[in-house]
Design a binder for this molecule. Structure first.
Ligand SMILES: NC(=O)c1ccc[n+]([C@@H]2O[C@H](COP(=O)([O-])OP(=O)(O)OC[C@H]3O[C@@H](n4cnc5c(N)ncnc54)[C@H](O)[C@@H]3O)[C@@H](O)[C@H]2O)c1
Length: 270
């Protein structure tokens, strides 16, 4: 059911690779809620992914951009504003990648140039998207910028490796830039801390199936799906959440505040 929550709003959605991507679901939901938006992803994802199918469904354009490159982000904002005929109301940052995780390096054997790439791709790119937007004055007042994160920023999950540091930086950038952009232009900046979700990035984490099952069993509501996440993100893009900024918002079925569940207790007894 559509509530027209994003009617008249213009946005940019990063990170849709295939139909499992959280960004893919956000795009479908934003379209349903009446938004106009452009899609973007790293140039390499144009060849590997299915983003062109999504663009066809959403009747929009893709402007490829490597989120680590300031000049690519500048071109993305300019082309998006030209294409949509005005400034931007919402941005989804749905970007994460760790070469250390990909290559299964243990936390005691990290490659530091990979570590820097993890931080650059997964965290600094968020700052770059905000700083470029500010310099170009690309966002409308009361605009909303959302980044996606994971609770490994607060608690350790050994196989999440250097992505834990990347997420901690991402969440900190949301607070610092949220304070700045709020005062300057009333733009809000938040991160959504999502349950484990079966996507390309998610499934790349070692032992993913085990911590997906653990979170499912611990969370009173079970794991939040990518569709649920899209609903929540769309609410953050809407005018219904105008006073929410600088927050790390848990969207995890209650996982973050649960000590133990009856289900897990029974299993431990066995
Ligand atoms: N899947 C999970 O369990 C989970 C849980 C919490 C948070 N998240 C976060 O959600 C976000 C989206 O991930 P997803 O799970 O939908 O997986 P996904 O693999 O579908 O999306 C990750 C995207 O990042 C893009 N990307 C990588 N390097 C890039 C670059 N240099 N420039 C531009 N784009 C680049 C990829 O092409 C891909 O589209 C990530 O930030 C991820 O950390 C995922």
């Amino acid at each position: 059911m559509s509530y027209n929550l994003l009617k008249g709003k213009r946005g940019i959605i990063t990170g849709a690779l295939d139909e499992n991507s959280i960004a893919w679901k956000v795009a479908l939901k934003a379209k349903e809620e009446g938004a106009t938006f452009t899609l973007t992803n790293a140039p390499v994802a144009m060849r590997m992914g299915k983003i062109k199918d999504l663009a066809a469904i959403c009747e929009t354009e893709i402007f490829p951009a490597d989120a680590t490159k300031v000049e690519d982000i500048e071109a993305l904002y300019q082309k998006s504003m030209d294409y949509m005929g005005g400034k931007i109301d919402f941005v989804l940052h749905s970007i994460g990648m760790s070469p250390n995780v990909r290559k299964s390096r243990t936390y005691g054997d990290l490659d530091y140039s990979y570590f820097q790439q993890s931080l650059d791709i997964s965290a600094l790119s968020f700052h770059k998207m905000l700083q470029v937007a500010e310099k170009m004055d690309a966002l409308n007042e009361w605009g909303s910028v959302v980044g996606l994160t994971y609770i490994a920023a607060q608690r350790t999950f050994s196989t999440y490796s250097d992505m834990a540091q990347a997420k901690a930086v991402l969440e900190s950038i949301a607070r610092s830039y949220g304070e700045r952009y709020g005062r300057l232009k009333k733009v809000r900046v938040n991160t959504v801390s999502q349950s484990p979700t079966k996507t390309t990035a998610g499934s790349g984490i070692g032992g993913f199936d085990a911590f997906y099952a653990f979170a499912e069993s611990l969370s009173p509501l079970g794991n939040a799906s990518a569709e649920d996440c899209a609903n929540y993100v769309v609410s953050l893009f809407s005018d219904l959440t105008r006073m929410v900024t600088m927050q790390n918002l848990y969207h995890d079925g209650g996982f973050s505040y649960t000590g133990i569940s009856d289900d897990l207790m029974e299993r431990m007894k066995a």
